[in-house]
Design a protein around this ligand. Structure first.
Ligand code: BV8
Length: 252
């Protein structure tokens, strides 16, 4: 629906007690000025993020990968949550049983006020020691230009899930468990190309959930959707919620 007017069925589901699950990807941060992985502007100094978001890349050139993530932290810190993040935070407040499962690592959902959420791919704002695996929060934007060392002597790396690494099991399990019971699943801003996160909407659909996709483009998940909103999530999600009587804050 191009005018972002939800169906009566979707309005009823948004007014219900849930369970409602939302799955988001890099597209919901696009209107905050953060490049997506596969869209225009996704490159950094000519490097494809896909070639840097791996343990092999960090082992081969820790300084380069560290600089890539420091650049992303600086960009994320300078960005503000947009209407998509604010709408999902409003859903978190409005619906009795709700969970946000995000693939994003930028921290904008948290800054918009989302509380009940799982980070399927970790966070830019956590660091992990490659030797002892100790994890820590790190909110400074202006990190050292080179990867610092943990007190045990091991190198610190970004606390994100790289390609080839397992997702945090508890987070993934929580998202799948809710998908199995959800009445409604909102899939916003994801190309549906990265697994196992991209398998979550199929789990929900197989269990009878009403799937809604919000994305300017069609994706490999589009066939699962009963309803699609072809447009930017930052504009679509607030209008969809407001049509269902759920107010969305203008800013974080
Ligand atoms: C694993 C963190 C196993 C780092 C990321 C089947 C099963 C299991 C694994 C695999 C499998 N097949 C292949 C694999 C391997 C791999 C994979 O999926 N590869 C893909 C490329 C084929 N998966 C893995 O490696 C995963 N690990 O399975 O481990 C294992 C098990 C046990 C023991 C050892 C190993 C790990 C995957 C996680 C990788 N880390 N990020 C970082 O951020 O730097 S993934 C990365 O891609 C980001 O998290 C990103 O969010 C994610 C997905 O991309 P999207 O978010 O969808 O972003 P994208 O740019 O692709 O698309 C943006 C979309 O937004 C577009 O559709 C666009 O149209 C839309 N859009 C644009 N503007 C807007 C918009 N939408 C709305 N509004 C707008 N304004």
């Amino acid at each position: 629906m191009s005018n972002f007017e939800p169906s009566a069925a979707l309005k009823d589901l948004l007014r219900s007690a849930g369970p409602v699950l939302a799955l988001t990807g890099a597209g919901v941060s696009a209107e905050s000025g953060l490049a997506t992985f596969r869209g225009p502007g996704g490159l950094w100094e000519g490097h494809d993020p896909m070639t840097l978001a791996t343990p092999e890349a960090f082992a081969r050139d820790p300084d380069l990968v560290w600089r890539f993530y420091s650049w992303r932290r600086t960009r994320a810190a300078a960005a503000s949550p947009n209407g998509a993040h604010l709408a999902l935070a409003a859903l978190d407040e409005a619906i009795a049983e709700f969970l946000l499962a995000t693939q994003n690592v930028d921290g904008l959902h948290e800054r918009a006020g989302s509380r009940r959420m799982v980070r399927l791919h970790g966070s830019l704002w956590r660091l992990r020691c490659v030797r002892c695996q100790d994890e820590q929060d790190e909110f400074r934007e202006d990190l050292d230009p080179l990867p610092p060392r943990h007190s045990c002597g091991g190198l610190l790396r970004p606390g994100v899930v790289w390609f080839g690494e397992p997702l945090p099991w508890e987070s993934f399990e929580r998202a799948v468990a809710l998908a199995r019971r959800a009445r409604l699943v909102l899939v916003a801003g994801t190309s549906g190309m990265v697994y196992p996160a991209a398998s979550i909407p199929q789990v929900a659909r197989d269990a009878g959930a009403y799937v809604v996709e919000i994305n300017p483009e069609r994706t490999p998940l589009s066939h699962l959707a009963e309803e699609r909103f072809e447009g930017p999530a930052g504009a679509a999600l607030p209008r969809i919620l407001e049509a269902a009587g759920i107010p969305v804050r203008e800013s974080a």
